[in-house]
Ligand binder design. Structure first.
Ligand SMILES: Cc1cc2nc3c(=O)[nH]c(=O)nc-3n(C[C@H](O)[C@H](O)[C@H](O)COP(=O)(O)OP(=O)(O)OC[C@H]3O[C@@H](n4cnc5c(N)ncnc54)[C@H](O)[C@@H]3O)c2cc1C
Length: 407
């Protein structure tokens, strides 16, 4: 059952049976309706955050049981083996319904780590973890960045030493989103310090309940604590949890990173769907008394043009994926445009809303823009910084000469 029309009917029947449709299918995009949350990051209390994760996991389970938990995944792991277009159709239809936001488990775990396990994992861990992850039972996080290895990811120093059938991991990871809610982490570790740095890394899937794993939340400037420092002290990882070859972790990491840029660049669900919608932004102009202001109208027109360009780029990527391609360097451009567009929207909103951005008067759609504004510096860092993505764009998409590197 592959044709889009039949699939659409099937998705609609599933959603109608399991969720409430917004009146008109898009109430969340209308000005003044529902909550006025604008942020990408949250400042939830621990209790509220735990409830959101529970709701996301429960909705993921419902999807999985209904046959929509992993639309592009293999049937042996509960997937449907359908195309990214089917995935997109599902997302568009689901956006019409009032369902829990699953971004917290799907962006990293299901969008990045799952495909990496599928491509590079040994049979035992694919069988054990993939169905659990896509059923919402296990959340996975990305243990890549370290205090001295972010953009220069190949510089990781967390050590993995083989000891018979197991590996012993010791080191520190940082900025690990959702680690405090996760059961699994994909870690990049140094396994050979005597070869060029890209060639001495191995990837592992780590059970975060293992002795020696310590997770410490980091507080963000918006008040929330969604990412963490993760300390690994002599953590034992069985060899069958190794992803890819020994010292072949860089190839494995590239699979994750390409999927990261593709999923972040295409991300516009929940509150982001609203703040990236030109209709909603036009309402912002009118509601703040700038509907006839030529300068504000011009800014909105520029943002709308940029959003449209990003949309076309994402569609082009989907077409390439449908043709069997893997996410390529273009995904980096999508991620960069996503970050730039969100930042422009945040700055425009801040100027239009004025002092009400800092004083909560209770007026709908005013103070709430603080969330987006305070999150915006992170957009250009997460998933690859803007400078790094511009280098990729210049060198790998446009074919420009390589950036000089320090000797
Ligand atoms: C919200 C958020 C969530 C995150 N979640 C995760 C996660 O779940 N897991 C994870 O592993 N990591 C995560 N990260 C970390 C993220 O991947 C890194 O912060 C990012 O790769 C940059 O690394 P860094 O912070 O070490 O900065 P650095 O690499 O030290 O960069 C500092 C500055 O130097 C610039 N720079 C560095 N190298 C070059 C170069 N070659 N050319 C030009 N400019 C350069 C950078 O662009 C940047 O402006 C997250 C980050 C954020 C903000």
């Amino acid at each position: 059952m592959n044709d889009i029309e039949t699939f659409t009917a099937e998705v609609r029947a599933f959603l109608d049976a399991n969720a409430q449709r917004f009146p008109g299918g898009e109430a969340h995009l209308a000005w003044g309706k529902g909550d006025d949350h604008t942020g990408y990051f949250s400042d939830d209390t621990a209790e509220v955050e735990a409830a959101k994760f529970a709701a996301a996991r429960s909705w993921q389970r419902t999807r999985y049981e209904g046959g929509f938990g992993w639309i592009t995944g293999p049937s042996s792991y509960g997937g449907r083996e359908l195309s990214p277009v089917h995935d997109l159709v599902y997302d568009l239809l689901e956006a019409e319904y009032d369902v829990p936001d699953t971004g917290v488990i799907s962006l990293i775990g299901l969008g990045m780590i799952g495909p990496t396990i599928l491509a590079h994992g040994q049979q035992a861990i694919k069988d054990r973890y993939l169905p659990a992850m896509y059923r919402g039972d296990a959340i996975a996080c990305q243990l890549f960045s370290e205090p001295a290895a972010g953009s220069d990811l190949a510089g990781v120093t967390t050590k993995a030493v083989q000891d018979g059938d197991v590996w012993r991991l010791t080191g520190q990871k940082v900025w690990t989103s959702v680690a405090h809610q996760a059961q699994l982490g994909m870690a990049l570790c140094r396994t050979n310090p005597d070869v060029p740095k890209h060639k001495g890394i191995t990837a592992f899937l780590v059970d975060l309940a293992s002795p020696g794993v310590e997770i410490r939340p980091l507080r963000q400037m918006n008040g929330g604590a969604e990412f963490n420092e993760v300390f690994l002290t002599d953590v034992v990882v069985p060899d069958d949890h190794r992803l890819g070859e020994i010292d072949g972790g860089w190839r494995v990491a590239l699979t994750t990173l390409m999927n990261e840029r593709a999923s972040v660049g295409g991300e516009n669900e929940g509150a982001l769907a609203r703040v990236l919608s030109d209709g909603f932004l036009a309402s912002l102009l009118h509601e703040t008394g700038h509907g006839a202001d030529p300068a504000a109208r011009r800014r909105l027109a520029e943002i709308t043009a940029d959003l449209t360009a990003a949309d076309y780029l994402n569609r082009q990527t989907v077409r390439r994926l449908v043709g069997g391609a893997e996410p390529g360097p273009e995904a980096s451009v999508s991620k960069m445009m996503w970050a730039q567009n969100l930042t422009r929207v945040a700055h425009l909103a801040a100027e239009l809303v004025g002092p009400r951005l800092t004083a909560d008067t209770g007026a709908w759609g005013t103070y709430s823009w603080t969330e987006l504004l305070l999150g915006s510096p992170a957009f250009r860092i997460l998933g690859g910084t803007e400078e790094i993505l511009k280098n990729i764009l210049g060198e790998r998409v446009l074919g420009l000469p390589k950036e000089p590197v320090a000797p």
